[in-house]
Design a protein around this ligand. Structure first.
Ligand SMILES: C[S@@+](CC[C@H](N)C(=O)[O-])C[C@H]1O[C@@H](n2cnc3c(N)ncnc32)[C@H](O)[C@@H]1O
Length: 401
């Protein structure tokens, strides 16, 4: 008889209390990969952890996990029963990419996300605790995979100011120059693991940052690693009622595809399928309505900036239109997306509405505070858009097989 993951969770004390609980990452990655070739990466540490939570005189053997099999994944988004391809989820946040790629039949074999609130949301939805800081993870510890996915943070790039020529011409190679940035970690994993394909996502400004130099270094690095790349700025508004432009870079190993992969970015639908009204909840708690103080501050601030001729302050939504971009700072005052209300101050979106604005399904669990939830959804991706890109990527991958 199958054992529910929720029961294992209690018996094996899977509870995220602080950052960097890598023992839980090993254990859950082991359980998730038990029926495919990736489990050996996690086996030893998982066993050590289970030994550690047992009474001292109980010795567990190599096959300690047998009584727990088969596992019934009673989480909202379980791994596929039969997978079409394997992927890894770096800078995973709350798993926007995992959702999209699991929907396409992908099996996630490694996840990294160091924020433990995001890890909490991730585990509640997928039954897996991500590993922490990617800069401390050796490439050797990552299982083989077909697709590497990374929505790496839009940190100020320390490669700024380094010309492409300098970066590529150094004695120890380009990687040396990009060291210290998180893009370097993506590059070193690609170099060692050589997945046939990857998908990277970042803010639109990546293209123009440092007069285009940053993007030159990134694309040059990827090409030098032997990947043929395709990139495009895509807007989430064709899938959800939110204007959200992001750059998506898709790459294919030239040694596998010879630079001739059958890939193109998806065509955007003619008409956006939804408007803001469609994602709003019918009943919303009073706490989401702006206080008089905050509302008056936002209005004064907007007037001041208008007078100076810059910025457009807060954004009251058009119910029949699309909202501005949801940012990770939304928790502060919610000013970029405000919902007008009859006879009272406008309100901010609820976390559930933010989830919908990013295309998350209704059964996605939100086990954290509002503040953390706003940060998490503001950092995330428009899931259905990424799924459409993923569909094209998987098509190219399967054409080759
Ligand atoms: C732009 S967000 C990606 C969100 C993700 N695509 C999603 O759908 O939710 C970048 C994430 O990288 C994480 N991060 C930043 N530095 C990291 C590091 N050194 N190791 C692991 N994760 C890191 C951040 O905590 C953040 O959640």
């Amino acid at each position: 008889m199958a054992v529910n993951y929720s029961e294992l969770r209690t018996r094996l004390k899977i509870e995220i209390k602080r950052p960097e609980q890598s023992e839980l990452a090993y254990l859950t990655h082991f359980l998730q990969t038990i029926d495919n070739g990736s489990k050996d990466h996690y086996r030893q540490e998982a066993r050590q952890y289970v030994q550690g939570i047992c009474d001292k005189d109980v010795r567990i053997d190599e096959l300690w996990y047998q009584p727990y099999l088969p596992i019934k994944w009673d989480v909202p988004f379980p791994p596929p029963i039969k997978h079409r391809f394997k992927f890894i989820d770096l800078f995973a946040g709350i798993g926007g990419f995992r959702l999209a790629f699991q929907n396409l039949g992908g099996k996630c074999v490694f996840t990294s996300e160091w924020n433990h609130y995001a890890q909490k949301t991730y585990e509640a939805n997928f039954g897996e605790v991500p590993f922490g800081d990617i800069t401390k993870i050796s490439e050797q510890d990552i299982p083989d995979h077909d697709v590497l996915i990374a929505g790496f943070p839009c940190q100020p790039f320390s490669i700024a100011g380094v010309s492409k020529k300098n970066a590529l011409g150094r004695k120890h190679g380009f990687l040396d120059e990009t060291q210290g940035t998180l893009f370097f970690d993506v590059a070193r994993i690609l170099k060692k693991k050589r997945p046939p394909a990857f998908l990277l996502e970042n803010v639109k400004n990546l293209i123009s940052h440092d007069k285009g130099n940053t993007f030159k270094v990134i694309s040059g690095t990827l090409k030098k690693l032997g990947y043929n790349i395709h990139y495009r700025i895509l807007d989430g508004k064709y899938y959800v009622p939110q204007h959200r432009e992001r750059i998506v870079i898709v790459g294919f190993d030239t040694q596998v595809f010879g630079g001739k992969e059958d890939f193109s970015f998806p065509r955007m639908p003619e008409n956006p399928p939804m408007v803001v009204e469609d994602i709003l909840e019918p009943e919303v708690l009073e706490k989401y309505t702006l206080t008089d103080k905050l509302w008056s501050y936002l209005q004064t601030y907007a007037l001041k900036h208008k007078a100076k001729g810059n910025g457009f302050g807060f954004g009251l939504v058009d119910f029949d239109g699309v909202a501005r971009t949801l940012s990770a700072r939304y928790y502060k005052d919610g000013s970029e997306i405000l919902i007008p209300q009859e006879g009272k101050n406008p309100r901010r979106l609820t976390p559930r509405e933010c989830a919908r604005l990013q295309g998350y399904p209704g059964d996605f669990k939100i086990p954290v505070s509002d503040t953390q939830a706003y940060k998490q959804f503001g950092n995330s991706v428009v899931v259905p858009l990424m799924q459409e890109v993923g569909k094209q990527l998987v098509h190219a991958l399967e054409q080759k097989n």
